[in-house]
Design a protein. Structure first.
Length: 325
Protein backbone atom coordinates (compact mmCIF):
# COMPACT_ATOMS: atom_id res chain seq x y z
CA UNK A 1 0.00 0.00 0.00
CA UNK A 2 1.39 3.39 -1.00
CA UNK A 3 1.05 6.28 1.40
CA UNK A 4 1.65 9.80 0.12
CA UNK A 5 2.60 12.09 2.96
CA UNK A 6 5.13 14.74 3.89
CA UNK A 7 7.77 12.42 5.27
CA UNK A 8 11.33 12.91 4.02
CA UNK A 9 12.49 9.46 2.96
CA UNK A 10 16.15 8.81 2.25
CA UNK A 11 17.62 5.48 1.16
CA UNK A 12 21.15 4.50 2.19
CA UNK A 13 22.91 1.82 0.18
CA UNK A 14 26.26 0.12 -0.20
CA UNK A 15 27.73 -3.23 0.54
CA UNK A 16 30.47 -5.72 0.05
CA UNK A 17 32.68 -4.80 2.98
CA UNK A 18 32.51 -3.06 6.32
CA UNK A 19 34.20 -0.07 4.70
CA UNK A 20 31.01 0.47 2.71
CA UNK A 21 28.57 -0.17 5.55
CA UNK A 22 29.96 1.60 8.63
CA UNK A 23 30.16 5.10 7.04
CA UNK A 24 26.44 4.88 6.32
CA UNK A 25 25.88 4.83 10.08
CA UNK A 26 27.78 8.11 10.41
CA UNK A 27 25.66 9.67 7.68
CA UNK A 28 22.50 8.46 9.40
CA UNK A 29 23.56 10.00 12.72
CA UNK A 30 24.03 13.39 11.08
CA UNK A 31 20.73 13.17 9.22
CA UNK A 32 18.89 12.44 12.46
CA UNK A 33 20.60 15.40 14.12
CA UNK A 34 19.51 17.68 11.29
CA UNK A 35 16.00 16.28 11.51
CA UNK A 36 15.88 17.00 15.24
CA UNK A 37 16.63 20.67 14.53
CA UNK A 38 14.45 21.16 11.45
CA UNK A 39 11.58 18.80 12.34
CA UNK A 40 11.40 17.36 8.82
CA UNK A 41 9.75 14.04 9.77
CA UNK A 42 12.64 11.95 8.45
CA UNK A 43 12.52 8.26 7.50
CA UNK A 44 15.72 6.36 6.73
CA UNK A 45 16.03 3.06 4.88
CA UNK A 46 18.92 0.77 4.11
CA UNK A 47 18.47 -1.22 0.90
CA UNK A 48 21.23 -3.70 0.17
CA UNK A 49 22.56 -7.18 0.93
CA UNK A 50 22.85 -8.36 4.51
CA UNK A 51 24.35 -11.74 3.67
CA UNK A 52 27.39 -12.91 1.73
CA UNK A 53 31.15 -12.41 2.27
CA UNK A 54 30.35 -9.48 4.53
CA UNK A 55 27.33 -10.58 6.54
CA UNK A 56 26.19 -8.25 9.31
CA UNK A 57 23.46 -8.05 11.88
CA UNK A 58 20.70 -5.65 10.75
CA UNK A 59 20.47 -4.52 14.37
CA UNK A 60 23.35 -2.08 13.69
CA UNK A 61 20.97 -0.17 11.41
CA UNK A 62 17.83 -0.70 13.44
CA UNK A 63 19.61 0.81 16.45
CA UNK A 64 19.67 4.09 14.53
CA UNK A 65 16.02 3.73 13.49
CA UNK A 66 16.95 2.75 9.94
CA UNK A 67 14.50 0.40 8.30
CA UNK A 68 16.37 -2.49 6.68
CA UNK A 69 15.19 -3.75 3.29
CA UNK A 70 17.39 -6.70 2.24
CA UNK A 71 17.96 -7.49 -1.42
CA UNK A 72 19.94 -10.07 -3.35
CA UNK A 73 23.32 -8.89 -4.63
CA UNK A 74 26.72 -10.51 -4.98
CA UNK A 75 30.02 -9.51 -6.53
CA UNK A 76 31.31 -11.66 -9.42
CA UNK A 77 34.81 -10.87 -8.14
CA UNK A 78 34.24 -13.27 -5.23
CA UNK A 79 33.38 -16.14 -7.57
CA UNK A 80 35.78 -19.09 -7.62
CA UNK A 81 34.69 -20.51 -10.99
CA UNK A 82 32.59 -19.54 -14.04
CA UNK A 83 29.45 -21.15 -12.63
CA UNK A 84 29.53 -19.21 -9.34
CA UNK A 85 30.33 -16.05 -11.30
CA UNK A 86 27.18 -16.62 -13.37
CA UNK A 87 25.17 -17.23 -10.20
CA UNK A 88 26.39 -13.94 -8.74
CA UNK A 89 25.29 -12.10 -11.89
CA UNK A 90 21.79 -13.61 -11.61
CA UNK A 91 21.64 -12.66 -7.92
CA UNK A 92 22.39 -9.03 -8.73
CA UNK A 93 19.83 -9.12 -11.53
CA UNK A 94 17.22 -10.44 -9.08
CA UNK A 95 18.23 -7.68 -6.68
CA UNK A 96 17.39 -5.14 -9.37
CA UNK A 97 13.94 -6.71 -9.77
CA UNK A 98 13.44 -6.47 -6.01
CA UNK A 99 14.46 -2.80 -6.08
CA UNK A 100 11.84 -2.04 -8.73
CA UNK A 101 9.21 -2.76 -6.08
CA UNK A 102 11.01 -1.47 -2.99
CA UNK A 103 11.97 1.91 -4.46
CA UNK A 104 8.54 2.38 -6.06
CA UNK A 105 6.93 1.63 -2.68
CA UNK A 106 9.26 3.94 -0.71
CA UNK A 107 9.92 6.54 -3.45
CA UNK A 108 12.64 8.37 -1.51
CA UNK A 109 13.66 11.98 -1.93
CA UNK A 110 17.25 10.85 -2.47
CA UNK A 111 19.60 7.86 -2.45
CA UNK A 112 22.97 8.03 -0.71
CA UNK A 113 25.45 5.40 -1.89
CA UNK A 114 28.81 4.34 -0.49
CA UNK A 115 29.48 2.10 -3.48
CA UNK A 116 30.25 -1.60 -3.51
CA UNK A 117 28.42 -4.34 -5.35
CA UNK A 118 25.49 -4.14 -2.90
CA UNK A 119 24.63 -0.66 -4.15
CA UNK A 120 24.44 -1.51 -7.86
CA UNK A 121 20.79 -2.72 -8.06
CA UNK A 122 19.61 0.27 -6.03
CA UNK A 123 21.52 2.74 -8.19
CA UNK A 124 20.28 1.25 -11.46
CA UNK A 125 16.64 1.35 -10.43
CA UNK A 126 17.04 4.73 -8.74
CA UNK A 127 18.31 6.13 -12.04
CA UNK A 128 15.36 4.62 -13.92
CA UNK A 129 12.97 6.25 -11.43
CA UNK A 130 14.84 9.58 -11.70
CA UNK A 131 15.53 9.65 -7.96
CA UNK A 132 18.39 12.04 -7.07
CA UNK A 133 21.54 10.05 -6.25
CA UNK A 134 24.47 11.13 -4.11
CA UNK A 135 27.60 8.97 -4.10
CA UNK A 136 30.61 9.16 -1.79
CA UNK A 137 34.11 7.98 -2.61
CA UNK A 138 36.44 7.41 0.34
CA UNK A 139 39.56 6.31 -1.51
CA UNK A 140 42.06 8.12 -3.69
CA UNK A 141 40.96 6.03 -6.69
CA UNK A 142 37.26 5.26 -7.19
CA UNK A 143 35.85 1.76 -6.97
CA UNK A 144 34.12 0.14 -9.95
CA UNK A 145 30.58 0.91 -8.79
CA UNK A 146 31.29 4.58 -8.10
CA UNK A 147 33.14 4.81 -11.40
CA UNK A 148 30.01 3.53 -13.12
CA UNK A 149 27.47 5.54 -11.15
CA UNK A 150 29.25 8.89 -11.59
CA UNK A 151 27.51 9.16 -14.96
CA UNK A 152 24.04 9.43 -13.44
CA UNK A 153 24.77 10.71 -9.91
CA UNK A 154 23.28 14.10 -9.06
CA UNK A 155 26.08 14.95 -6.64
CA UNK A 156 29.45 13.32 -5.86
CA UNK A 157 31.35 13.66 -2.59
CA UNK A 158 35.03 12.74 -2.29
CA UNK A 159 37.45 12.38 0.60
CA UNK A 160 40.61 13.38 -1.30
CA UNK A 161 41.37 16.24 -3.64
CA UNK A 162 43.19 13.74 -5.86
CA UNK A 163 40.09 11.59 -6.33
CA UNK A 164 38.06 14.60 -7.55
CA UNK A 165 39.91 14.35 -10.87
CA UNK A 166 38.06 11.09 -11.62
CA UNK A 167 34.64 12.77 -11.47
CA UNK A 168 32.83 15.58 -13.30
CA UNK A 169 33.95 18.80 -11.56
CA UNK A 170 30.59 20.55 -11.86
CA UNK A 171 28.93 18.09 -9.47
CA UNK A 172 31.86 17.01 -7.27
CA UNK A 173 32.73 18.35 -3.81
CA UNK A 174 35.60 17.63 -1.43
CA UNK A 175 33.93 16.78 1.90
CA UNK A 176 36.18 14.27 3.70
CA UNK A 177 35.01 10.99 5.19
CA UNK A 178 31.91 10.35 7.30
CA UNK A 179 33.09 9.39 10.80
CA UNK A 180 30.81 8.31 13.63
CA UNK A 181 30.89 10.53 16.70
CA UNK A 182 31.62 7.60 18.98
CA UNK A 183 35.11 7.33 17.47
CA UNK A 184 35.96 10.71 18.98
CA UNK A 185 34.92 9.53 22.42
CA UNK A 186 37.54 7.97 24.64
CA UNK A 187 37.18 4.40 25.85
CA UNK A 188 38.95 3.12 28.94
CA UNK A 189 41.88 1.03 27.75
CA UNK A 190 41.14 -1.38 30.58
CA UNK A 191 37.87 -2.26 28.84
CA UNK A 192 39.74 -2.96 25.61
CA UNK A 193 42.25 -5.27 27.32
CA UNK A 194 39.43 -7.06 29.11
CA UNK A 195 37.50 -7.45 25.86
CA UNK A 196 40.32 -9.53 24.39
CA UNK A 197 41.41 -11.08 27.71
CA UNK A 198 44.87 -9.59 27.26
CA UNK A 199 47.52 -8.43 29.70
CA UNK A 200 49.13 -5.01 29.75
CA UNK A 201 52.53 -6.64 30.16
CA UNK A 202 53.06 -7.43 26.47
CA UNK A 203 52.49 -5.28 23.38
CA UNK A 204 49.60 -6.09 21.06
CA UNK A 205 49.76 -6.60 17.29
CA UNK A 206 46.53 -6.36 15.32
CA UNK A 207 46.56 -8.24 12.00
CA UNK A 208 43.52 -7.87 9.77
CA UNK A 209 42.51 -8.79 6.27
CA UNK A 210 39.16 -7.06 6.63
CA UNK A 211 35.71 -8.60 6.81
CA UNK A 212 36.43 -10.85 3.83
CA UNK A 213 39.89 -11.86 5.00
CA UNK A 214 43.09 -12.36 3.02
CA UNK A 215 44.43 -15.90 2.57
CA UNK A 216 48.00 -14.80 1.87
CA UNK A 217 48.05 -12.74 5.05
CA UNK A 218 46.51 -15.57 7.06
CA UNK A 219 49.12 -18.03 5.79
CA UNK A 220 51.90 -15.62 6.70
CA UNK A 221 50.60 -15.23 10.25
CA UNK A 222 50.27 -18.98 10.77
CA UNK A 223 53.81 -19.56 9.50
CA UNK A 224 55.33 -17.28 12.14
CA UNK A 225 52.71 -17.60 14.88
CA UNK A 226 54.88 -19.40 17.50
CA UNK A 227 57.59 -16.78 17.06
CA UNK A 228 55.11 -13.90 17.43
CA UNK A 229 53.56 -15.34 20.58
CA UNK A 230 56.93 -15.41 22.32
CA UNK A 231 56.87 -11.62 22.73
CA UNK A 232 53.52 -10.32 21.58
CA UNK A 233 49.77 -10.67 21.97
CA UNK A 234 48.03 -11.14 18.63
CA UNK A 235 44.58 -10.10 17.45
CA UNK A 236 44.03 -11.84 14.13
CA UNK A 237 40.97 -11.03 12.06
CA UNK A 238 41.05 -13.71 9.37
CA UNK A 239 37.70 -13.13 7.63
CA UNK A 240 34.43 -14.95 8.28
CA UNK A 241 34.74 -17.34 5.37
CA UNK A 242 38.29 -18.32 6.42
CA UNK A 243 37.65 -18.70 10.14
CA UNK A 244 37.06 -22.44 10.31
CA UNK A 245 40.18 -23.25 8.26
CA UNK A 246 42.44 -20.85 10.17
CA UNK A 247 41.05 -22.00 13.51
CA UNK A 248 41.85 -25.64 12.70
CA UNK A 249 45.37 -24.88 11.48
CA UNK A 250 46.21 -22.56 14.36
CA UNK A 251 45.02 -25.11 16.92
CA UNK A 252 47.60 -27.58 15.58
CA UNK A 253 50.34 -24.95 15.51
CA UNK A 254 49.90 -23.85 19.14
CA UNK A 255 49.06 -27.24 20.65
CA UNK A 256 52.52 -27.69 22.20
CA UNK A 257 52.64 -24.19 23.67
CA UNK A 258 51.77 -23.44 27.28
CA UNK A 259 48.25 -22.35 28.15
CA UNK A 260 49.54 -18.90 29.06
CA UNK A 261 51.08 -18.44 25.63
CA UNK A 262 47.99 -19.78 23.85
CA UNK A 263 45.91 -17.05 25.45
CA UNK A 264 48.04 -14.46 23.66
CA UNK A 265 46.39 -15.40 20.36
CA UNK A 266 42.89 -14.05 19.73
CA UNK A 267 41.43 -15.28 16.44
CA UNK A 268 38.29 -13.73 14.98
CA UNK A 269 36.42 -14.08 11.72
CA UNK A 270 35.06 -10.54 11.93
CA UNK A 271 34.90 -7.62 14.33
CA UNK A 272 32.00 -5.35 15.16
CA UNK A 273 32.57 -1.62 15.57
CA UNK A 274 33.31 -1.83 19.27
CA UNK A 275 35.73 -4.71 18.82
CA UNK A 276 37.51 -2.91 16.00
CA UNK A 277 37.77 0.24 18.07
CA UNK A 278 39.18 -1.70 21.01
CA UNK A 279 41.69 -3.48 18.76
CA UNK A 280 43.05 -0.18 17.48
CA UNK A 281 42.99 1.29 20.98
CA UNK A 282 45.49 -1.16 22.48
CA UNK A 283 47.59 -2.13 19.47
CA UNK A 284 51.21 -1.07 19.15
CA UNK A 285 51.30 -2.22 15.55
CA UNK A 286 48.57 -2.82 12.99
CA UNK A 287 49.22 -4.83 9.86
CA UNK A 288 46.27 -4.35 7.57
CA UNK A 289 44.94 -5.26 4.19
CA UNK A 290 41.86 -3.16 4.85
CA UNK A 291 40.98 -0.50 2.27
CA UNK A 292 41.85 3.06 3.20
CA UNK A 293 38.24 3.91 4.07
CA UNK A 294 38.11 1.24 6.75
CA UNK A 295 41.39 2.23 8.40
CA UNK A 296 40.73 5.94 8.34
CA UNK A 297 37.67 6.09 10.56
CA UNK A 298 39.69 4.63 13.43
CA UNK A 299 42.77 6.81 12.92
CA UNK A 300 40.83 9.99 13.65
CA UNK A 301 40.40 9.26 17.33
CA UNK A 302 43.21 6.97 18.43
CA UNK A 303 46.27 8.93 19.56
CA UNK A 304 47.87 5.86 21.22
CA UNK A 305 48.17 4.18 17.83
CA UNK A 306 51.76 3.74 16.79
CA UNK A 307 51.83 2.43 13.23
CA UNK A 308 49.72 0.97 10.49
CA UNK A 309 51.36 -1.05 7.75
CA UNK A 310 49.02 -1.65 4.85
CA UNK A 311 49.43 -3.85 1.84
CA UNK A 312 47.63 -1.27 -0.27
CA UNK A 313 48.66 2.06 1.27
CA UNK A 314 51.72 3.76 2.63
CA UNK A 315 52.86 3.23 6.22
CA UNK A 316 51.38 5.64 8.74
CA UNK A 317 53.39 6.20 11.92
CA UNK A 318 52.92 7.92 15.24
CA UNK A 319 54.97 8.27 18.36
CA UNK A 320 55.60 4.89 20.08
CA UNK A 321 53.88 4.12 23.36
CA UNK A 322 55.41 1.81 24.45
CA UNK A 323 58.08 0.57 22.07
CA UNK A 324 58.05 -2.94 20.67
CA UNK A 325 61.11 -4.82 21.84
Amino acid sequence: MLVFDKKIRIVLTGGGTGGHIFPLLAVAEELWEIDAKLKQDLELYYIGPIQGPFAFDPVIFEGLNIKVVPISSESPNNATNPFTKLVSVFKSAWGSVQCLWHLWRIMPYAIFSKGGYGALPVLIVGFLYRIPIVIHESDASPGKINELSKKFASRIAVAFEKSASFFPPEKTALVGNPIRRQFFESDPRDAAYEHFHFSRDLPVIFITGGSQGAKTLNDLVLNILPFLLEKYQIIHQCGSRNHEEVFTESAVIVQDLSETVKLRYHLLGSLDERGMRYAYEISSLVFSRLPQKANRQFLYRLPPLRAIISATTRTITRKPEPRLS
